[in-house]
Design a protein around this ligand. Structure first.
Ligand code: 3H9
Length: 692
């Protein structure tokens, strides 16, 4: 065995040279890995071996370029030099794939003459998720194997394609049994030699492109069909253009040149920087300084959910989906029946649902009218009405019923969990699991640590969140926690702006153009203006009161802040406009013209400022955790990183100056956070903040 460098070894098995990479955690293409590949292939080509297998150790094949190296000076051989050497090798090169061959990893595999994979392997070009495109020939080689339509879909969605589907598409040449990748790849290599198989160079395979030549409508239609999904993002368009170049360029190399240009445009732009930041932010959020990764988790074999409404039902689905049985408890039989029927309908409606799959999942759900049914659950989550007295009553009963060591969780969206925990004899077992609606769909989970929550309860919750496919962020107890507390700032300013003369559709348009999926007023119309509104108590004291009294309760009644047509298309409403203007006049003021800049600054800067308060109070571990909450739970456009990243890009000094200016004009809603003042005084950024 020859050691090529610290991450690469070369061995010979009969006539086959085996080049093995081992660069944890994911064999990313760092300078060291590129050097190992370059020197390793050079040695393998020079050796007497008749074929070469490239294989990786650890959890995965190469998962892409090393994202941490982006933006720095490049060292060692370039990826292109490595690829040229592989593709030009005078003997068959076989990539042996397990785990995930992603991005640059798949681009390396596509330069090999053949690819074999185990059934659990997945391949894909997910660069779009970090605001990029496959910049090492992926946009040129992929359509030459899978065709233009499929390639467009893959590069703009970043989807991971399972081995079997990849084999059907021609991306993988042979599937070998699980656990026998090395033997399987070597056998394939020997066969290639024995049968004198050609050295397939994907770059030369132009046949798959022919059908797209002279058909620009393929691209136009694809753009049109996905316009909504791609809105605001730069990367999907550049990905499309790169695939277009594969079809239209006179040669492979010309297409490659175009890909390079489009890649660099993204790489040096602000969106990819934000999306790369966000990639690491999400992973960073999993790290809890005082709860090490090896903290033993409590086994969760059975879950209880209290409440079979939209929230409870959605929460239950998460666990059933991964095969954990759930007991769901309601007070009344009809509510329980309705809840279970809704869950069934959700499964039946989901695109991938097969009837037997629905039945399998439903069989894991047990309904009950008695909380005693929670006695053998390892975790119970309550999703009952958001009132402290009700929550306390529930937790007193759970304390009496649940077995020792069971985790007692509340799905409250902002109540004081220390107070809830105080009614139990086991506050160490109490935690907040704040799901977002619809709970079976939304990725975010705020895990709320109360004063006495045990570390293993936190570790268990974080682990479980990952298992059910959520992005978890650990936050502390404060009104509204991180997400809703920051949202309250934006909501308040949105309401105030309207009382000064901006119309709801002005506020919504500015926030929509910033990149949110919808503005606060459109959101209210969608949710229903009458949430929390009580007809008997309503005295026309707010715009909402008046709208609800007129039965303008949002989309469901055909009118709210906006008027809606039969297809639920929103139109600015003269009725709402008059109500607003009447309110302003009644308050003794004159409506004024509010600029778009003011709308944006008044809505966003107080959010950033509130984030700073959350940090100084220790309710979030790091500023990037706040960004993860807002990107995943509240539609903050990921290409702007999140509110705190956005604040850092603007410059904390600019945020502070604006807050002071607004405070001078409008009072203490704009009081700057002490941390903001301190960061500016120290010349630091939010990202520099470390929780004490
Ligand atoms: C690219 O290839 C560009 C080319 O087209 C052109 C070049 C010219 N780099 O996610 P996990 C770290 S762009 C550096 O928790 P999992 C990650 O930060 C790239 N580090 O594990 C974490 O570190 P830590 C295209 C990376 O099992 C650790 O590995 N490729 C990279 O849940 C474990 O990660 C992609 O976009 C990287 N590329 O998921 C794939 N990837 O432990 C990105 C991971 O210190 N990666 N790390 O927190 C993934 O999607 C997932 O990591 C993967 C594993 C599915 C591979």
């Amino acid at each position: 065995m020859a050691e090529i460098n610290s991450v690469t070894t070369l061995t010979q098995e009969g006539d086959v040279a085996v080049l093995t990479l081992n660069s944890p955690p994911v064999n990313a293409l760092s300078a060291n890995v590129r050097e190992g590949l370059f020197e390793g292939f050079k040695a393998a080509i020079a050796s007497p071996a008749k074929a070469i297998v490239l294989i990786c150790e650890g959890r995965t094949f190469i998962a892409g370029a090393d994202i941490t190296e982006f933006g720095g000076a490049s060292k060692g051989p370039s990826l292109f030099e490595v690829q040229d050497m592989i593709e030009g090798a005078p003997k068959p090169v076989i990539a042996a794939i397990h785990g995930t061959a992603l991005g640059g990893g798949l681009e390396v595999a596509l330069c090999c003459h053949y690819r074999v994979a185990v059934p659990s392997a997945r391949v894909g070009l997910p660069e779009v998720n970090i605001g990029l495109l496959p910049g090492a020939g992926g946009t040129q080689r992929l359509p030459r194997i899978v065709g233009v339509e499929k390639a467009l879909e893959m590069v703009t969605s970043g989807q991971h394609v399972p081995a079997k589907a990849a084999a059907e598409m021609g991306l993988v040449d042979e599937i070998v049994p699980e656990g026998q990748l090395r033997e399987g790849a070597i056998a394939f290599a020997k066969k290639a030699v024995a049968e004198n198989k050609p050295l397939v160079k994907v770059r030369e395979n132009n046949a798959r492109l022919e059908s797209a030549r002279g058909h620009p409508e393929i691209f136009a239609n694809f753009r049109k069909a996905n316009a909504r999904k791609f809105r605001g993002f730069m990367a999907p368009e550049n990905n499309i253009k790169a695939v277009e170049a594969a079809v239209n360029a006179k040669s492979f190399d010309e297409g490659l040149g175009e890909e390079r240009k489009l890649f660099m445009e993204l790489m040096t732009g602000p969106q990819s920087a934000a999306q790369r930041y966000y990639f690491f932010a999400e992973r960073q959020a999993q790290k809890i300084p005082d709860v090490p990764d090896d903290t033993p988790a409590r086994p969760i074999k059975k879950v209880g959910v209290l409440g079979a409404g939209t929230m409870g039902g959605g929460i239950a689905m998460n666990f059933v989906n991964i095969g954990i049985p759930v007991t769901i408890v309601e007070v009344k039989q009809d509510a329980l029946d309705r809840g279970l029927a809704t869950i069934r309908k959700n499964y039946e409606r989901s695109r991938s649902a097969r009837p037997e799959e629905t039945e399998k999942r439903m069989s894991l759900l047990t309904g009950s009218l008695e909380m005693e049914a929670f006695a053998d659950c390892d975790l119970v989550i309550e999703a009952v009405f958001e009132r402290m007295d009700i929550k306390k009553d529930v937790f007193t009963r759970l304390d009496a019923i649940c077995k020792p060591g069971a985790i007692l969780a509340t799905n409250t969206s902002g109540l004081n969990i220390d107070e809830i925990a105080s009614v139990t004899s086991r506050p160490q077992d109490v935690i907040g699991l704040h799901f977002f609606s619809p709970a079976n769909v939304m990725k975010l989970l705020e895990i709320v640590r109360a004063d006495k929550t045990a570390k293993d309860v936190i570790a268990t919750s974080m682990k479980l969140a990952k298992q059910i496919g959520k992005v978890a962020v650990l936050v502390g107890v404060c009104p509204g926690f991180v997400g809703n507390r920051i949202l309250a700032q934006r909501q308040r300013e949105a309401q105030k702006l309207v009382m000064e003369g901006a119309m709801p559709w002005d506020v919504d348009r500015v926030l929509y153009d910033f990149g949110f999926p919808m503005g606060p007023f459109a959101m209210s119309d969608l949710a229903g203006l009458d949430i929390g509104w009580v007809k008997e108590k309503s005295k026309g004291e707010s715009i909402r009161d008046v709208l609800c009294e007129m039965d303008r309760r949002g989309q469901k009644t055909g009118a709210g802040y906006y008027d809606y047509d039969e297809n639920r298309n929103a139109k600015p409403s003269p009725v709402t406009e008059k109500i607003i203007n009447d309110f302003i006049v009644k308050s003794g003021r004159n409506p004024r013209k509010v600029s778009d800049d003011e709308i944006l600054e008044r809505c966003l800067y107080p959010m950033i400022n509130e984030g700073a308060k959350i940090l100084e109070e220790g309710k979030a571990i790091r500023s990037s955790d706040i960004d993860v909450v807002w990107v995943n739970g509240y539609g903050w456009p990921v290409y702007r990183g999140g509110p705190m990243y956005f604040g850092d890009q603007l410059g904390p000094d600019k945020v502070l100056a604006k807050m002071k200016e607004f405070q001078g004009k409008m009072g203490d809603d704009f009081r700057p956070a002490a941390l903001l003042e301190k960061l500016v005084a120290d010349g630091k950024k939010f990202a520099d903040f470390k929780k004490a």
